[in-house]
Write a protein that binds this ligand. Structure first.
Ligand code: SF4
Ligand code: SF4
Length: 164
């Protein structure tokens, strides 16, 4: 969270962490945007402030009108909307103190040369960045492991090729 906040602590951005740490008596785990392929936040956004860009759900804060539809649509609670002061320009006039709602969501550190700051900061590799191919691979591996575990409890032989 500290790495994320630091990455976004720059002019014209919101200095806030885009992920949360949830702790219970037994475990602690980060809750972050999953960049869903069929992202409900992007689907409900009326101004296209959230949109798919390749493998990520991108953010264009200037377009946000603060309706909070995305906050309610996100199944992971990974989006927030804050209000911040902006300068509005009217011709040569610069009006200070104008309040504008702004969506705050993980942008996958798309503009950071080293990739996601949170992943780099995690000392135990508790956060990883995976693509669609890796997800499919992981899913096959889980099904194979489940089939083999089930075969161990059965007296029938199993064809491993059919387990994926
Ligand atoms: S709060 Fe902003 S980003 Fe979220 S759905 Fe509304 S306009 Fe889009
Ligand atoms: S990828 Fe970047 S923006 Fe997203 S949670 Fe990690 S540090 Fe924050």
């Amino acid at each position: 969270m500290a790495a994320c906040l630091e990455k976004h602590d720059v002019p014209n951005d919101v200095a806030a962490a885009r992920l949360n740490l949830v702790t219970t008596l037994a475990i602690s785990a980060p809750v972050a945007c999953r960049h869903c392929s069929d992202a409900p936040c992007a689907a409900v956004c009326p101004t296209n402030a959230l949109y798919r860009d390749g493998g990520r759900v991108a953010v264009e804060p200037k377009r946000c009108i603060g309706c909070r539809g995305c906050v309610m649509a996100c199944p992971f609670g990974a989006i927030d909307v804050v209000t911040r002061d902006v300068v509005v320009k009217l011709g040569n006039l610069a009006i200070q103190g104008h309040q504008k709602p702004t969506v705050v969501k993980c942008d996958l550190c798309f503009d950071r040369p080293g990739g996601p700051a949170c992943i780099e900061a995690c000392p135990t590799k508790g956060l990883v960045l995976v693509d669609g191919n890796k997800l499919t691979e992981n899913s096959k591996e889980k099904r194979r492991a489940a089939a083999l575990a089930s075969a161990c409890m059965s007296t029938l032989p199993i064809n491993e090729n059919l387990a994926v």
